[in-house]
Design a protein around this ligand. Structure first.
Ligand SMILES: Cc1cc2nc3c(=O)[nH]c(=O)nc-3n(C[C@H](O)[C@H](O)[C@H](O)COP(=O)(O)O)c2cc1C
Length: 388
């Protein structure tokens, strides 16, 4: 058994997940596109920002609670949409959603999840968010939006930086394919991860839950995969945001913003919030880290909508830096995938406790008592800002 009380950092979860999750799926999470330079920069750039320490302030009571899209949350963190989270551990999306809802933060279900929208809705009691990949088949895409609405999802996140894929070399080398091929190497790997394999055998959820049974004429895994591979829509543009918004009837969040003009365009086309994201370094290798571009996007938005950030957040301190630079909240991807692989729902809960404790401690040491009032005065230096 893993001693969760001995897990102290995101890296601890990563190390143990590597031992527990088949290499193919662990590396699917722990990889970036091409040279992985953006993947590395996302975390490294947080270290180029220092926090202001202040003393002599009464910090007896400290508050991390805030609101995201008007909904109360216990801290400015949310779980990012991650495809196939249900391959890190059986029923992974349900387990992560349960941990998030008990903790009082949003969970975002990916379009390409293993557990379906309906599976997650049936297992949870609070509204979750749904992330939409707009597919060429707009009827299918419209039905996905309708299903999210019927499930009571609180928001739709439209991902706009993934209309075709940045290659991850590790996935190619590991032979990660859909459907999975049971090569001798993969079977040998499964023998080394019996706990993972046994749990997978016990769940019926081993394919893309939002697609299986929802694509007319695609009845086998092969037919479904062939259909999915034809569905990248390279025409996705700003007018589609208005269409999603009108069909969903609730808040729409645009994910993948790295440029101030795109932030303005998202707003002009009805976005209720934006996520500054480079997909965790999985798409445009060579793109800037998100914490580097955050200030200029916050400036462009100028308070007209909430701005969230993901990519590279690995601690409560990182969250405080992003919030001090103008983000309302941060989303985490890989950290919760590692935690799922280590101990399912309990692992994600432990991870969230760690992030909360780090943020709470740092907030006090910064001489602050409320995360909602952080600002430029809390940043001591920022090597990422262009020289003036
Ligand atoms: C394994 C994995 C799968 C992902 N799948 C999706 C997805 O289906 N939809 C999406 O919008 N973003 C997806 N992302 C990107 C995340 O939403 C998020 O932008 C990224 O993980 C944040 O970086 P971090 O992992 O460093 O926290 C995925 C990320 C990972 C690591």
């Amino acid at each position: 058994m893993v001693r969760l009380d001995r897990m102290l950092t995101v890296d601890d979860f990563k190390r143990v997940a590597e031992r527990r999750v088949p290499r193919m799926f662990f590396q699917y999470a722990d990889s970036g596109a091409y040279t992985e330079s953006t993947y590395r920069a996302n975390s490294a750039d947080f270290d180029k920002i220092t926090l202001e320490q202040r003393i002599g302030v009464d910090i007896t009571t400290r508050n991390l609670a805030t609101t995201i899209l008007g909904q109360p949350v216990t801290m400015p963190f949310a779980l990012a949409p991650t495809g196939a989270a249900g391959m890190q551990t059986a029923d992974g999306e349900i387990k992560a959603a349960l941990a998030a809802e008990k903790f009082g933060i949003p969970f975002t279900l990916s379009t390409v999840s293993i557990c379906s929208i309906e599976d997650v809705a049936a297992a949870t009691t609070r509204p979750f968010w749904f992330q939409l990949y707009v597919r060429k088949d707009r009827e299918f895409t419209g039905r996905l939006i309708d299903r999210a609405k019927a499930a009571g999802c609180a928001a739709i996140v439209v991902t706009m930086d993934c209309q075709h894929y940045g290659q991850r070399h590790k996935d190619v080398r590991n032979g990660l394919t859909v459907p999975l091929k049971f090569t001798p190497r993969f079977v040998a790997e499964l023998a080394l991860k019996p706990r993972w394999a046994l749990a997978m055998l016990q769940t019926p959820r081993r394919t893309f839950g939002n697609f299986a049974g929802h694509v007319p004429g695609a009845n086998t895994v092969q037919e479904l995969t062939a259909w999915m591979s034809q569905q990248d829509d390279l025409t996705l543009g700003w007018p589609d945001i208005a269409w999603v918004k009108q069909r969903f009837g609730g808040p729409v969040v645009v994910k993948g913003v790295l440029h101030p003009d795109d932030a303005r365009a998202a707003l002009a086309h009805g976005a209720d919030a934006i996520i500054v994201s480079n997909h965790g370094g999985r798409q445009l290798d060579g793109a800037p880290s998100t914490i580097r571009v955050l200030p200029r996007i916050v400036e462009a938005v100028n308070g007209r909508c909430e701005v969230y950030l993901d990519s590279g957040v690995r601690s409560g301190h990182d969250m405080l830096k992003a919030v001090a630079l103008g983000a309302r909240a941060v989303f985490i991807g890989r950290p919760f995938l590692y935690a799922l692989g280590v101990a399912g729902e309990a692992g994600v809960t432990r991870l969230l406790e760690i992030l909360r404790a780090e943020a709470d401690s740092a907030l006090g040491l910064m001489g602050e008592s409320d995360v909602r009032t952080l600002g430029a005065r809390n940043i001591h230096s920022n090597e990422l800002l262009p020289r003036t």
